[in-house]
Design a protein around this ligand. Structure first.
Ligand code: ATP
Ligand code: MG
Length: 427
């Protein structure tokens, strides 16, 4: 029989890796908490229509990346490819929009893409959304928050903020017409993808990596010249706030973002440490989305970070995490009576010193083989019960990592002994 395997592009995250993930998650949730953002937990599956209506029919995601299926009831459902749509659905459904909301969520997203470094089919995002604030002070807050995150994670020298305004939907329509008429005159010089996008999603052509298309774009009309007055003023204010807070950025007039729902501010944090998959965080304003999904018109802005890419960045930036040993104590117990005495004593010890990581040997075996496992475990001490200890109500404490004699003591004394030695050896 052939062996079972994980699905292509969907990865296990093994225990040696999870310390990075936990570190990342803890730092991020602390920073988000310090700005007053609250966590919301959302389903992984939604009606397909939600994504079609929000992300847009002619985007890469909806055209070719969604995992959609019919459930047993014939409903079309989709594994979420991103989090904003579900978050908007939830705040509308639960009537949370009477006052501004600052929210975040975390979890797996699914896109049928070509797997490569930093690009999976199941990947994980932390998303942040702020609802009900139309002014650019909130844009600045979100961006300052991300900058603080990079500092907290120790990767700030490796990322760069790119910023743009894509204006109101009316401004974008005018620009779109100008861009299409320019590019249509040079249709022959465009790559195939861009020719297709000319009729469907011409702004995405600005994203093209194709050299000939890039060359053509150098002479194309600029989005900045088509911005409406309000977008222009808001963008200027955002830049002013970022300057005042010393958050460096680069204005990238080609930055448009791939989803239909954005307007005004769009931004990306990019790194040159991860090869082609260099965007670690991306977002923008989406003032029309709530109404588009049936809620009362409410402005919104948000971003999402890819956790896989952030973990790769931590590694690339050689962020060394404090190694967390799997165990502080390894409990050796040879023989039936010792097993029983150790079992009872260790349950009691866990009650008294809940912060200690105690691995109790299970599965029997000789004293010698158990001691070998204790050595391999990385624990600082072995707690040893043999027949003598079981009979006498004592335990032997043996240091495994440092010099020092092993000591035999009453079981009742071991918690005090360990408490003293754990604190005195730190600091
Ligand atoms: P890209 O241009 O890299 O495809 P995107 O514009 O499709 O990104 P968003 O939808 O804005 O990405 O998602 C926000 C972030 O989520 C990205 O900046 C990236 O860090 C991460 N991300 C997106 N798609 C993937 C994926 N398939 N695998 C891993 N991370 C991803
Ligand atoms: Mg993508």
């Amino acid at each position: 029989m052939s062996t079972v395997r994980a699905i292509r592009g969907m990865h296990d995250i093994l225990p040696e890796q999870t310390c990075y993930w936990q570190y990342l998650e803890n730092v991020i949730s602390d920073v988000l908490g310090s700005y007053g953002y609250g966590e919301i937990r959302l389903p992984v599956v939604e009606y397909t229509a939600l994504f079609r209506r929000s992300i847009g029919e002619v985007t890469d995601i909806v055209e070719k990346e969604m995992y959609s299926f019919e459930d047993r009831n014939g409903e079309s459902l989709t594994l979420r490819p991103e989090g904003t749509a579900g978050c908007v659905r939830a705040v509308v459904e639960h009537n949370l929009l009477a006052t501004p909301q600052r929210l975040w969520y975390s979890g797996p997203m699914f896109r049928y893409e070509r797997p490569q470094k930093g690009r999976q089919r199941q990947f994980h995002q932390i998303g942040v959304e702020a609802f009900g604030i139309a002014t650019p002070d909130i844009d600045a807050e979100l961006i300052a928050l991300t900058a603080r995150l990079w500092r907290a994670l120790g990767v700030v020298e490796h990322v760069q903020l790119q910023l743009n305004s894509i204006g109101s939907s009316t401004a974008r329509r005018h620009y779109r017409d100008a861009l299409v008429s320019y590019l249509a005159q040079h249709r022959d010089a465009l790559d195939d993808d861009s020719v297709r996008r000319l009729d469907t999603n011409p702004l995405r052509i600005l994203d093209s990596k194709h050299p000939a298309t890039q060359a053509l774009l150098a002479g194309a009309p600029a989005l900045a010249d088509y911005l409406d007055e309000e977008s222009r003023a808001d963008f200027a204010r955002l830049c002013e706030l970022l300057d005042a807070a010393s958050v460096p950025y680069v204005v990238n007039p080609r930055l448009v973002r791939g989803l239909d729902y954005y307007n005004k501010t769009v931004f990306e944090w990019v790194t040159d440490k991860l090869g082609a998959q260099g965007t670690v965080c991306a977002g923008g304003r989406y003032d029309g989305l709530v109404e588009q999904l049936g809620g009362k018109a409410t402005p919104g802005i948000g971003f999402a970070m890819g956790k896989e890419r952030l973990v790769l960045l931590l590694e690339a930036a050689a962020q060394v995490l404090p190694a967390i040993p799997a165990a502080d104590l390894y409990v050796v117990n040879a023989g039936k009576a010792a097993e029983l005495a150790a079992f009872v004593a260790i349950e009691d010890l866990r009650e008294q010193l809940p912060a200690l990581r105690i691995v109790q040997h299970a599965g029997g075996g000789s004293f010698k083989s158990q001691m070998k496992k204790a050595d391999k475990s990385g624990a600082r001490w072995a707690l040893i019960w043999g027949e003598d200890e079981a009979a006498a109500g004592t335990v032997t404490v043996k240091p495994l990592r440092e010099q020092g004699q092993q000591e035999n003591m009453a079981v009742a004394a071991v918690a005090g002994y360990l408490a003293q030695h754990t604190t005195s050896s730190e600091g």
